[in-house]
Design a protein around this ligand. Structure first.
Ligand code: ATP
Ligand code: MG
Length: 728
């Protein structure tokens, strides 16, 4: 066994060796909170506590896997595989699998992702004859999601005066009805959405004392990382679970609370001391991650928040270079500057691609970086955004697998019933839905009893063949692992052949993607242990659960030598030698949608704090004078956060549009607008007083993007979605 306490500072050691009773560690970024949590798990186990009795909740599955690995290394055995460790969602999904029948769900329930949820909402909105322009799926979904995260079920929702008033004002008086219908439909489909994994878990513990008792005694020790971002439902669940033993350890940083839009609240941190008697509170103040320069900036930033527990971080690390603050003409110049700098840093400091991270406020910002990185031949990967599993061909293929595991899954059935084409057209599908609703049976039930419903002979035969095929796949479930079943699906459905025969570039890409999917299923079945902690479960059901619960930062191939691009939200808890934070402009960061109240603005500032504190050695802050957003060029002032940084900490640079850059096309217009700017490395104050986010009056033809010459790389797909979500 390693001497795992060696090298810890005094408060870290005190925290790691605390065994019984509630413990809270509130500390700034990079002070070793996660390290202490990991060490404490090892310490508990070294002191005879059974891994089976430890529950650890992390922010990503990857963090869980890493913790497990480290504990294994410390202890020199593989006991760590018996820990219950993972994200709230993956751990609760696992428990719900075991307990689902108590609440009327099958053990093999499907987990609906956001797309599936929106599709179900669309269906029920239509069925209720409501206006789908008022009841937009994403809006309705957000509303339902917030309700669940605040522990408000459909009935409570319908009876809540304030919620009703809000919906009336928004012209959506039937929202409660949609919520109810949505829940009923998901239930009928044997499906839970992401929020249900928390909400149903809560209901299960609340309504079944024997279940509560069982898990209270199983999880004798509970540890939670990033506690500042737990939302009310997560909070209630852990409170219930910890109620008997009170061995709960939470670590967090109020300055890094960045999920209030999902209902997370730093109140939890403040509440913790009230919830338990004799809470031991430990503060960590030494930062081990960043240079002194970076830390200075971080401390300055967060000082401006009023609602923050005061704390200050120090480090013994080297002072390091000043923070680079870089102004560019446009977002394209910003992209180019970043790519050039990466190239330069690689040569100068012997860094590899994997040492760089580019962080941004909204997913749509990745485009300009991507273009420049591609042009320079620098390998990169986008984490989050449109993930591999959201692609059509992948979702279609996975829908087969979902149906095989759970035939009640109507969303999946609808995707594949006529793909590849087998003569069950749109009208037939509509009929099936109507029959199912009329008779109150499932979509699948209609298929299995198709002869009763008067389909045309051709359709009937197609349906019956489809049912036979799915049953054939199901017959393999018992003996075969996920990969073997998937291969049979690819073959017998003609799915793979169909894609193979499509010789277009897109067709080829789709074919390759499905091959890639099959490879990943193979990898899953061959790995000794899967990420959700279920030892040796190589079934299709286990596979599906794992992929549905991947988080943004979980994408595979952690060690690949690629530059990492992600939103700041996805970067929480991570660290990188060189960090670029882009788009530091008013309306973008702080985001225009989040500056209406002090609370919102402070959350944006915390987000900036999170971004800055990801950096170990070098930090670059960049902003552009003008940027394409929502299809037109907009001008922005530099972010107010930049004004908060003392000049002495900064090394300002101007990296304007080069001759070969697209921006040179706009040279004259811009030169006029920004006379005196070009080549100037300092700013005049006047430049900062430009009107906020004004769409510039450029000559026509420059108001939309020039055609991109960059080759489309399918695995780096990108859809601009500036308006939608900041982290999905
Ligand atoms: P965040 O708030 O960003 O989640 P954190 O408080 O969880 O940060 P860690 O990620 O645990 O911090 O630690 C930051 C870095 O400092 C890691 O690389 C970790 O290995 C290192 N570190 C922490 N404590 C020590 C120590 N006592 N000695 C050496 N390195 C340490
Ligand atoms: Mg951490």
């Amino acid at each position: 066994m390693q001497d795992y306490l060696k090298g810890l500072n005094e408060p870290q050691r005190e925290a790691a060796t605390h065994i019984n009773g509630p413990l809270m560690i509130v500390a700034g970024a990079g002070s070793g909170k996660t390290k202490v949590l990991t060490t404490r798990i090892a310490h508990l186990m070294a002191n005879g506590i059974d891994a089976f009795n430890i529950l650890a909740l992390t922010f990503t599955n990857k963090a869980a896997a890493e913790m497990k690995e480290r504990v294994e290394k410390i202890l020199g055995n593989n006991e760590a595989r018996n820990l219950y460790i993972g994200t709230f969602h993956s751990v609760f999904a696992r428990i719900l699998r075991a307990e689902a029948p108590r609440i009327g769900y099958p053990n093999n329930f499907t987990i609906y992702d956001t797309d599936d949820s929106r599709s179900v909402i669309k269906t029920v909105v239509n069925e209720l004859n409501l206006d789908d322009k008022l009841y937009k799926p994403n809006v309705v979904h957000n509303r339902i999601s917030s309700a669940k995260n605040a522990l408000v079920g459909p009935d409570e929702y319908a009876n809540d005066y304030y919620l009703q008033q809000e919906d009336m004002r928004a012209n959506r008086p039937a929202l409660a009805q949609v919520y109810k219908a949505y829940q009923v439909r998901c239930f009928k489909n044997g499906a839970m959405d992401f929020d249900d994994l928390l909400f149903k878990m809560y209901e299960l513990l609340r309504d079944f004392p024997e279940v509560l008792h069982k898990y209270q005694h199983k999880f004798k020790y509970i540890l939670i990382d990033e506690y500042q971002d737990t939302n009310p439902v997560q909070y209630q669940i852990t409170k219930l679970l910890a109620a008997v033993n009170e061995n709960i350890c939470v670590v967090g940083d109020d300055a890094q609370s960045i999920y209030s839009f999902r209902g997370a609240t730093i109140e939890n941190i403040l509440q913790f001391q009230q919830d338990y008697d004799d809470v031991k509170v430990i503060k960590l103040e030494q930062n081990y991650r960043s240079t002194q320069s970076i830390l200075n900036v971080a401390n300055e930033v967060i000082k401006n928040n009023k609602g923050q527990l005061p704390k200050s971080l120090w480090t013994e690390n080297a002072h390091g270079e000043k923070i680079k603050l870089v102004r560019t003409m446009t977002d394209n110049d910003e992209g180019k500057y970043v790519a050039d700098t990466i190239q330069e840093q690689k040569l100068r400091n012997h860094y590899h691609n994997k040492h760089f991270a580019i962080l941004y406020r909204t997913n749509a910002q990745s485009r300009s970086y991507e273009e420049s990185l591609r042009r320079m031949g620098i390998a990169y990967r986008i984490f989050g955004g449109i993930s591999f599993y959201q692609r059509k061909e992948i979702k279609d293929f996975i829908s087969y697998l979902r149906v095989i595991v759970n035939t009640r899954d109507e969303e999946a059935l609808k995707r594949i019933i006529n793909y590849p084409i087998r003569g069950i057209g749109k009208t037939s599908v509509e009929k099936i839905v109507i029959f199912a609703n009329d008779q109150n049976i499932t979509f699948w039930d209609v298929l299995t009893r198709a002869s009763e419903f008067g389909f045309k002979a051709g359709t009937l035969e197609a349906i019956q063949n489809f049912v036979t095929m799915i049953r054939y796949f199901q017959s393999m479930l018992e003996q075969k692992n996920a990969y073997d079943v998937a291969v049979q699906v690819g073959k017998h459905t003609n799915f793979v052949k169909e894609l193979f025969n499509d010789k277009s570039t897109e067709g080829l890409a789709r074919y390759e993607n499905v091959q890639e999917l099959l490879n990943s299923i193979k990898e899953f079945t061959e790995s000794p242990d899967n990420e959700d902690g279920e030892v040796g479960d190589k079934t299709l059901g286990a596979y599906l659960q794992q992929i549905t619960l991947l988080t943004d930062a979980d994408e595979k191939d952690e060690n690949a030598d690629v530059v990492k691009l992600m939103t700041i939200h996805a970067a929480k808890g991570l660290e990188f030698p060189v960090v670029f934070v882009g788009g530091l402009e008013e309306t973008l960061f702080p985001n225009a949608m989040s500056i209406n109240t002090r609370e919102e603005l402070e959350e944006e500032r915390r987000l900036f704090y999170v971004a800055v504190t990801r950096a170990e050695k070098h930090l670059f802050l960049t902003y552009a004078n003008a940027r394409y957003r929502f299809g037109s060029l907009t001008q922005n002032e530099p972010s107010r956060f930049l004004d908060e940084l003392p000049e002495t900490f900064l090394d300002r640079t101007y990296a304007g549009g080069g001759a070969r850059n697209q921006t040179s096309n706009m040279g004259s217009a811009f030169a006029r607008m920004h006379r005196g700017f070009e080549g100037n490395t300092q700013f005049s104050n006047a430049s900062r007083q430009a009107p906020k986010s004004k769409t510039s009056a450029l000559p026509t033809g420059l108001t939309s993007k020039p055609p991109q010459t960059v080759q489309h790389i399918p695995s780096k797909d990108f859809v601009p979605s500036d308006t939608t979500n900041l982290q999905e």
